[in-house]
Design a protein around this ligand. Structure first.
Ligand code: CA
Length: 239
C-alpha cells in the first residue's frame, strides 16, 4: 500500500498558544488536543503522544494493532499523570488522543476524547470513524439531541473521557477499516470541526491532489471561519 501524508497545526486566531500536538510518521499518525491552561495542555498533548511516536516504523502485521495503539495511549496517560504529580502547577492537565496505524492495507484506530478520525472514499463518502466522548454526543446517540442542537450546545466541549486525569482510562478501539486506493484519512482536533461541518470537510479533503495542499486548504477555511481554537490535522492519502 502506497501512502503519502502530511501533518499541520495552527494556533488559530483567538488562542494565545497552541496546546495541540500531532504525530505524522510513516505508519503511525495521531492528534492530541491538550487542556489545562498556563501551557500545561501543551505539555499534556506532547507527553501523551510520545509512546505513539515511538511505535512508528516498528509496527508488526501480526499484532492486534488497535490494542498496541491503546497500550501506547495508556503509557501516555501514565506519563501525563507522573508529570502532573511532579509539577503541581500542571495538576489537572489532560489531553485527547486519536491515533491510527496503517498496516497490510488497513487502518487501525484507538481514541479518547473529541478529536476525530474521518475517512473519505471517492467519489464523496465521508465517515467519522471515531465517536466523540462528549456529553452532547452521548445525548445525540441516545436520541435526546439532534446533530444541529449539539453543534451549538453551550456544553458541547465537556469531555467524558480525557487522557492524563485518572490512572485507569477507557480507550475506544473501533473496528479496523480496510483501505482502498483513493481513500483519504483525516485526523483532526475539534478546532477544525467546530468551524467546518462534515460537508465542507469532505469537499476540502477530496479537493487538492496532495496532502500538504489539503492541510493548507482546511486550515485556510478554518481561519476564514474565525478559528476560535487551535486547529491540527494529519492527512493520509492511499495511492
Ligand atoms: Ca481544541
Amino acid at each position: 500500500m502506497d501512502v503519502v501524508m502530511h501533518g499541520a497545526s495552527h494556533q488559530g486566531l483567538v488562542r494565545t498558544g497552541n496546546e495541540d500536538a500531532f504525530v505524522c510518521g510513516s505508519q503511525v499518525f495521531a492528534v492530541a488536543d491538550g487542556l489545562g491552561g498556563h501551557n500545561a495542555g501543551e505539555v499534556a498533548s506532547r507527553l501523551a503522544l510520545g509512546p505513539l511516536a515511538a511505535l512508528d516504523g516498528g509496527i508488526n502485521p501480526g499484532d492486534d494493532l488497535a490494542q498496541v495503539l491503546a497500550q501506547a495511549i495508556r503509557s501516555g496517560n501514565d506519563a501525563v499523570l507522573a508529570d502532573a504529580q511532579a509539577n503541581p502547577e500542571r495538576h489537572g492537565m489532560g489531553t485527547t488522543v486519536t491515533a491510527a496505524a496503517l498496516c497490510d492495507g488497513a487502518a487501525h484506530l484507538a481514541h479518547v476524547g473529541d478529536s476525530r478520525a474521518y475517512l473519505l472514499r471517492p467519489p464523496d463518502s465521508l465517515w467519522q470513524l471515531t465517536a466523540d466522548h462528549t456529553q452532547v454526543a452521548e445525548q445525540v446517540r441516545q436520541g435526546l439531541l439532534s446533530n444541529e442542537e449539539a453543534a451549538v450546545h453551550p456544553e458541547r466541549n465537556v469531555l467524558l473521557r480525557v487522557v492524563g486525569l485518572d490512572p485507569e482510562i477507557d480507550v475506544d478501539t473501533p473496528e479496523p477499516v480496510a483501505l482502498a486506493p483513493g481513500d483519504r484519512l483525516l485526523l483532526c482536533s475539534d478546532g477544525l470541526n467546530a468551524v467546518l461541518n462534515d460537508e465542507a470537510i469532505g469537499v476540502l479533503l477530496g479537493g487538492a491532489d496532495d496532502p500538504e495542499a489539503v492541510c493548507d486548504e482546511l486550515i485556510r477555511a478554518t481561519l476564514a471561519g474565525g478559528a476560535p481554537d487551535n486547529v491540527t490535522l494529519v492527512v493520509v492519502f492511499v495511492r
